[in-house]
Design a binder for this molecule. Structure first.
Ligand code: PCA
Length: 221
């Protein structure tokens, strides 16, 4: 049976909860579109997050990897299009590291496009009444770091095993209502149940659409 690895993050930046983990955790062990779901929590730490991710990929041997993270202040589900080869941390990570303008992978391509069907996912989410858009930036903190590291890893892997291509990408989720309530009165949020429903739809859409409506993918030199 096909396996899909879905990752999320531990809390960071003074928050006590990370919506990505609250949304992803209920998926563990379930089946969606004939695929078995395996979940894994990553530390919000440069480099260590990628070590955890690569270990999980080696263990699970998934056909698809969807990484999920919190984007506090964003109003909807953002399906990321692109990861860039830069770490530029506006705050320290969870072990106090704050890299400024360093590459994620020395000598790596400038960027990678998501190999998930991003437009198909957004269309399916909107059709289900869930607010979602394609996002053109995953930022320059640990989420972009993980997205870039994931896509770099899969690119290398797929070059060596072209008969069984593994696809991957990243989805950002907003704050939970209880987090937004601790911020300004206009901070947007989404309930965890809606985020989990969104991830199920994203997985179904990925299984249904081998290629996106607009085919992207691969390295950008
Ligand atoms: N969001 C951060 C890192 C961990 C998370 O959940 C980000 O957007 O980079």
């Amino acid at each position: 049976m096909k396996t899909i690895l879905v990752t999320a993050f531990e809390p960071f930046g003074g928050e006590t909860i990370n919506p990505s983990w609250e949304a992803v955790r209920p998926l563990q062990g379930g089946q969606i579109a004939g695929a078995k779901i395996d979940v894994c929590q990553l530390p919000c730490v440069f480099d260590a997050s990628l070590e955890h991710l690569y270990t999980a990929i080696e263990r699970v041997k998934p056909e698809v990897v969807i990484a999920v993270g919190e984007a506090g202040g964003r109003p909807n589900i953002s399906v990321e299009r692109i990861a860039i080869n830069i770490n530029d941390a506006r705050i320290p990570d969870n072990v106090g590291k704050q890299p400024i303008d360093t590459p994620v992978i020395t000598g790596g391509s400038a960027a990678y496009f998501s190999t998930l069907p991003i437009k198909a996912i957004v269309n399916a989410l909107n059709a289900a009444g869930i607010p979602a858009t394609v996002s053109q930036t995953a930022g320059t903190f640990v989420c972009n770091h993980v997205m870039y590291g994931l896509l770099h890893y899969l690119h290398q892997r797929n070059l060596h095993q072209p008969a069984s291509v593994v696809r991957g990408g990243f989805i950002h989720v907003p704050y939970l209502p209880e987090q937004a309530a601790r911020h300004s009165g206009t901070t947007p949020s989404m309930a965890a149940e809606m985020m989990t429903a969104a991830l199920k739809i994203a997985i179904e859409s990925t299984c249904k659409n081998e290629k996106d409506i607009t085919a992207t993918g691969g390295a950008i030199s």
